[in-house]
Each structure stands twice: as structure tokens, then as C-alpha cells.
Design a protein around this ligand. Structure first.
Ligand code: BGC
Length: 709
């Protein structure tokens, strides 16, 4: 099969009834790649093959040997690779420069071949556990390597600004610190396999409506604090070899032509040393090379020998620009050892290992939103079970370039039958006929309704309601059986008009190749739910931070980010708006209590971290994990900062009755704000609040901390 194309919208397989009605790891960091280089000497007249030299010295030597046309070839993606890819930089055989094979994407390898379908990337953030993100990345990286890919287009790191964004399932969170921490860990995981990660889509690519043209009009403060920070943290923590610039414009200038975002922010302020690839046809001029673009990918036609010569002649770009961009690409290729190995070599994918990883992520990221009277977990004696909804028989996946062709996929229905045991009576109803489904529920001990939405690249959701007849279905089933549990498979928030009627709601995102097994284990309590919401679930369609047409989807080609830094829970808290479920919310079958908050010091300078510790105790009967969250309230809250912002988190696993003293260090960056006067992050002096607890709206512990000059 040929490679998948970037722009086609892929329909998900699930119908809504209303419609019917590796090999060894590669180098991790710049430092490591230099240190680990063997002292192999140069081959003949190719001094850049000397592995004792640093990647950048080798790049300089190679650059000296290249003609202008050869340099330009490094800056343009093509097709025709020896293995199926999504993008490719052709080799330069005269100089021994390897081809660079590239593939989507954030949820698993998508190069036209099968791979492990991991849960939707948002699940990583819902785990509130960077080790989960690292494992996720390792899985993607090792399978990419097995498929002969040198580079993966992921992780997707954009902020979930509007809950209807069609690509929210591919992104992490509405919170920049959580997003950046996950992106950094995912990147480390991918690159631990010797595969280049591509943090995308920079910058402010927060909606699919008019995504190729819309201008995100953002003030500098929000651009840095909210939209830049996830990329900044990903770059600092993960050292990605690559970043992808986005389709949209930022303050009128296209993201791939934007010297402010690409050079000033990404390179100078964040310290990015890799290369920038375009999001396919997202380049607009040869001079994008001067603005900071390195490689335009297929479907873009602004970088070729003729156009580059003409741009040099006109003075739109200089020879130094071309050299700089090529050097940046070559340095990464040397860093990842691509001159020393055949990046296109393939090997079998370890399918069992991939599926195990997918299941672990699904189990760690499911969020128990509601559980009245401990209706879940199901007891071993539950014998009559009505399973309802098409997603139980064919789990949902997001569409577009993150849609993976799975090596295998399980079904929740089968896993439920197996877990319930041979003596149980499990019925299945697809839910298209709501009356019949309710009848099936009436005679059961418990009704499990599977509901799903449809997020996909290329368009936004038309609203926050579950599509088709699903709200009616849940409502009718719940009316027939008070023990109704809803299992959601969604990429983000949905409205729940039926919430008061149902006993339990379990959000499983798009749960991946072993989502069925994970869901059954969660429902029976073989694994205790421990995910937390990385995005606020709004109570109503219009109770969201970007409520006007000017804000979203924008007017006359411009989306006005006039909510500034008040994105997600920052806005709900500032405006005292009650969401359906707040950021950070997630229940457990256990009962955790928090006590004994202690700050190591009660005051410090602007460059000091705030070190704190507190105790979490599992008072429940079951073992479980709890993602403890630390929020910071900055001084002058009323003037311009939101009431609280996530400053740290730590997930702990505790047996029944166990207690752990948890340490968290809040970095100065989490105390800072973007100062437009000095163009930098600054920590104000004054009194800071530090609050700790199980969600952004449940913070039992608090202390104050003083920042001195
Ligand atoms: C998407 C990218 C993707 C690329 C290649 C684009 O349309 O926005 O996320 O990596 O296609 O498939």
C-alpha cells in the first residue's frame, strides 16, 4: 500500500444511529551523542564521517563539500522512499548523506502499513504520569524504527483551546504545563529508539475550521504563557530533533513564514537546535527559509534549485540562510547516527509488546467521572449484563493523520463476556432502536452503554453533544435500569443531559488496540481508575472561554484570542463558572485523603523552586493510584492572573491503608508570568498561594509562600 496522504479526511468506521437513522536505542541528547561517539576515523576524503567529532562539526565539514543544488535537496521533502513513508528527504549518494524517512504520527505509526493503535494521545495527559507518556513514545518510536522510519510526526502539542476542535484527541491538555510535560516525556520515549520526534504544530494551531488560512490573533503574553510554553517545555525536556510549523497564521503571518515564532521564540527563547519541517502545504515563499523553516514537505513547492536561486538573486534569502538551514538538518542526522546505520532497515514489530503498552496506557488514563453509591466496580456475581452501543463492538478512533491501521484490535463486548464468566448472561444491542435497547436493559442487573463522538482532522465538531441518537439512548436505558454505567469513547468533552439519571460514567477516550480488555478490567475493578481530566468538561455549549464568533471560529479570517491567558480552567475559575466536571477531576474505587502539607522553605528568591511535601493516604479497600495536583496562585490575582494554575503533579500508587509522603518541586517558571515590558518570563515578588489536592476544584491543603527580591 502506498503512503497515506496528509489532507484527506478519513471517515471513522463507527456509525451513529441517527445517521442511519527495535533495534537498540539511538542517541538521546546532543551531549550523549557526542560523548558516545566511537573514535572511528574519517573515511578517505569524507572528513565528516569521523565519529569522534561533534555532530555540528561534522555538519560543517559536510556542508563545505556540498553544491548549492545538494544543499537545496536537503530542504525539500519528496516521495519515492524505499519503504512506505509519509514524507522523505532523498539521499545524496555522492556524499553518503542518508535519506530521511518520515511518518505520522502521534497515536502510532501511520506509514501505510499496520502498527499498534495506541489510545488517543490525550490519554497520556489524562494519566497525569510522565512515565506513561515515555512508554507511549517508546512504543511509537520502536515501531517506527521497525518500519524503517527515521522520523515520526508527533507528539501533537497544541493547547486544547476550544473543546470542539477536531484534533483535540491528538493533543494533550488545555494546560500548558501538563501539555509540555507530556510532550517532553513522549519525545524522550520516541527518541530513545533512535527515531527523531517532531513536536507539532507550531504555533497556535487550535482549530480545524479554516485551518489553512485562519490568523490566530494573540497577545504576546498568551502567546508565551499558554501557546508557547508546551513547545518550550517539550524542547527543554525532550530535545526533539524536529518541530513542525503549522498551516495557520499567527498575528497575520503564516506560521512557517513567521520569524517571530520560529526564530525569536522557538530557537532563541526555547533553545531549539533541530530542524523545522512544514506541515505539508504550509509554506508560502522561498523566504520561509530565512524566517526559520528548514524543510518543506511534499505538496509544497517553494524550495527547489530554481526558486532558491531566484530568491538569492532577489535578496529574499542569503547563502548564509541556506547554509544555516542545511547545517541544522545535518546536525540532527549526525546526532541520531543516521550516517552510521541504514535508517530504512526494517524488522518485525513486536505486536504483543505494543498491545500490552496500549492496554497499560488505556488502564492508566481512563477517568471515572461519576460513580454514585459505588455502582462500579461490577461484582463477580453480576450475571445479567446488557451491553449497548456500537462502540462496544468496534471501538472508536480519531480520524485523519493520527488514525492508525491496527495490527489487531479487541472488542469491549468480547472482553466483557470473558470477564463476566461463562455463567453470566451478556446481551448486546447496537442501540439504533432505543426502545428495544431499553427493553434489554430493563431485565438486566446492569446496563453498560457505550457512547462515542467523532473527532477528526480537517473539521471541528459541530457542537458538544454526542452525535446521533446517543443522548436519547442513554436516557431511555437509564430510565429502564437505575444501574446504568456509561462508557465514553470520546476525544474530549461532551454534554451529558442524562448525567443525573445514570449511576456511573467512565471516560476511556479512544482506547486503542486493547481498549476492550482495559475497559473490562476497569469496570470489574481489576484495575482501579486513576485518570484525571486534562480538559474541563463544560456544562453548556456556550459556557466556554471562547464564546463569541470573533473568538471562535473567527470573523474575516481572524480568530481573536481575546480571552488571553484565561484558557480552560483558568477562565472557569476566574469567572466563577461551574463546569460539568473540572480540570483534574477523576474518581477512584478507593478513597484518598491528603494531609500534612509542608513547604521546605516559606520564602525564596525569584529563581528558587518551591519545594513541598504532603501525605496521601489510601483509605479505601482497594489498591489504587492517585494523581495529586499542586496549584499556584500568583500575587495580583485580581489584576491579571487566574486564581490558580497547575504547578506540579505526582501520581502515587498505594495499597489499601497505605500512606506516602509525596515530594513536589514547583519550578520558578510555574510561578512566572510573561512580562511584555522586558520580553521575558518574570517571577513577581509577593505572596503566592500553594494548594494541593485531587482536582483543580478540590484542594484540601494550602499554604502561602513569599517571593523576595
Ligand atoms: C497534518 C499533520 C500530518 C501531515 C502528514 C497534515 O495535514 O496536519 O499533522 O503530520 O498532514 O500526514
Amino acid at each position: 500500500m502506498g503512503p497515506p496522504r496528509p489532507l484527506v479526511r478519513v471517515a471513522t468506521t463507527l456509525a451513529f444511529c441517527a445517521a442511519l437513522t527495535v533495534p537498540g536505542p539511538g542517541p538521546l541528547s546532543h551531549a550523549q551523542s557526542t560523548a558516545s561517539a566511537a573514535s572511528a576515523g574519517a573515511e578517505g576524503d569524507r572528513p565528516w564521517t569521523d565519529r569522534s567529532l561533534s555532530p555540528s562539526d561534522r555538519a560543517d565539514l559536510l556542508l563545505n563539500a556540498m553544491t548549492l543544488d545538494e544543499k537545496v535537496r536537503m530542504l525539500h521533502g519528496t516521495i519515492g522512499s524505499p519503504v512506505p513513508t509519509t514524507g522523505y528527504i532523498a539521499p545524496i549518494r555522492r556524499l553518503g548523506v542518508p535519506g530521511v524517512t518520515m511518518t505520522d504520527g502521534p497515536a502510532g505509526v501511520r506509514n501505510g502499513q499496520k502498527a499498534t493503535e495506541l489510545p488517543a494521545p490525550v490519554a497520556q495527559a489524562a494519566s497525569f504520569d510522565t512515565e506513561v507518556a515515555r512508554e507511549y513514545g517508546r512504543t511509537v518510536g520502536s515501531e517506527a524504527r521497525a518500519r524503517g522510519q527515521s522520523q515520526v510526526f508527533g507528539p501533537g502539542t497544541n493547547i486544547q483551546r476550544v473543546p470542539v476542535n477536531g484534533r483535540n484527541f491528538e493533543y494533550f491538555s488545555e494546560d500548558p504545563y501538563l501539555s509540555g510535560s507530556m510532550a517532553g516525556a513522549d519525545t524522550v520515549g520516541i527518541q530513545s529508539q533512535g527515531v527523531i520526534a517532531t513536536v507539532k504544530h507550531f504555533a497556535a494551531n487550535n482549530q480545524e475550521t479554516d485551518r489553512m488560512t485562519v490568523s490566530a490573533e494573540i497577545g504576546e503574553r498568551a502567546l508565551h504563557e499558554i501557546y508557547g510554553t508546551p513547545f518550550d517545555l517539550a524542547v527543554r525536556q525532550g530535545e526533539p530533533g524536529s518541530v513542525m510549523c503549522s498551516y495557520n497564521r499567527v498575528n497575520t503571518v503564516y506560521a512557517c513564514s513567521n520569524a517571530h515564532t520560529l526564530r525569536t521564540m522557538l530557537r532563541s527563547r526555547f533553545g531549539f537546535e533541530g530542524y523545522v519541517v512544514s506541515d505539508y502545504p504550509s509554506t508560502h515563499a522561498t523566504s520561509d527559509l530565512a524566517a526559520g523553516l528548514n524543510v518543506e514537505l511534499p505538496l509544497s513547492f517553494h524550495v527547489n534549485p530554481l526558486s532558491v536561486r531566484a530568491a538569492l538573486h532577489r535578496g529574499d534569502i542569503t547563502k548564509e540562510d541556506v547554509d544555516r538551514r542545511v547545517r541544522e538538518v545535518l546536525t540532527v542526522l549526525f546526532r541520531f547516527g543516521l550516517f552510521e546505520r541504514d535508517g530504512t532497515a526494517t524488522s518485525p514489530i513486536d505486536e504483543a509488546a505494543g498491545n500490552d503498552a496500549a492496554q497499560r496506557v488505556a488502564e492508566q488514563s481512563a477517568v471515572l467521572l461519576k460513580n454514585d453509591d459505588d455502582a462500579l466496580p461490577l461484582g463477580d456475581a453480576t450475571s445479567r449484563i446488557a451491553v449497548i452501543g456500537a462502540a462496544a463492538a468496534d471501538s472508536a478512533q480519531g480520524g485523519g493523520s493520527s488514525k492508525v491501521d491496527p495490527l489487531s484490535e479487541d472488542r469491549a463486548l468480547d472482553a466483557i463476556k470473558e470477564r463476566a464468566g461463562g455463567s453470566a448472561h451478556v446481551t448486546y444491542h447496537d442501540g439504533c432502536d432505543t426502545k428495544a435497547a431499553a427493553e434489554a436493559a430493563r431485565s438486566a442487573d446492569v446496563a453498560l452503554v457505550f457512547a462515542h463522538d467523532k473527532e477528526e482532522e480537517g473539521s471541528d465538531r459541530s457542537g458538544l453533544s454526542l452525535p446521533g441518537n446517543q443522548d436519547e439512548l442513554i436516557s431511555k436505558v437509564a430510565a429502564a435500569n437505575s444501574r446504568t454505567a456509561v462508557v465514553l469513547q470520546t476525544g474530549g468533552p461532551v454534554l451529558m443531559p442524562w448525567l443525573p439519571q445514570v449511576a456511573s460514567v467512565l471516560e476511556t477516550w479512544y482506547p486503542g488496540a486493547r481498549g476492550g480488555a482495559a475497559t473490562a478490567r476497569l469496570l470489574w475493578g481489576d484495575v482501579n481508575p486513576s485518570g484525571k481530566l486534562p480538559q474541563t468538561f463544560p456544562a453548556a455549549e456556550d459556557e466556554v472561554p471562547a464564546r463569541t464568533r470573533a473568538q471562535y471560529p473567527g470573523v474575516d479570517g481572524t480568530a481573536h484570542y481575546s480571552e488571553g491567558i484565561d484558557v480552560g480552567y483558568r477562565w472557569y475559575d476566574k469567572t466563577d463558572t461551574k463546569p460539568l466536571f473540572p480540570f483534574g477531576h477523576g474518581l477512584s474505587y478507593s478513597d484518598f485523603t491528603y494531609s500534612g502539607l509542608r513547604l521546605e522553605k516559606n520564602s525564596g528568591g525569584p529563581d528558587d523552586p518551591v519545594k513541598l511535601s504532603f501525605t496521601v493516604t489510601n483509605n479505601g479497600k482497594r489498591a489504587g493510584s492517585e494523581a495529586a495536583q499542586v496549584y499556584v496562585s500568583k500575587p495580583d490575582t485580581e489584576a491579571d492572573s487566574p486564581p490558580r494554575e497547575l504547578g506540579g503533579f505526582r501520581k502515587v500508587s498505594l495499597g489499601s491503608g497505605e500512606t506516602e509522603r509525596v515530594q513536589v518541586s514547583v519550578a520558578p517558571r510555574q510561578l512566572s508570568f510573561w512580562d511584555t515590558e522586558t520580553d521575558g518570563f518574570r517571577v513577581r515578588k509577593g505572596e503566592y498561594g500553594v494548594a494541593v489536592g485531587p482536582s483543580s476544584r478540590s484542594l484540601p491543603l494550602g499554604a502561602s509562600y513569599q517571593v523576595r527580591e
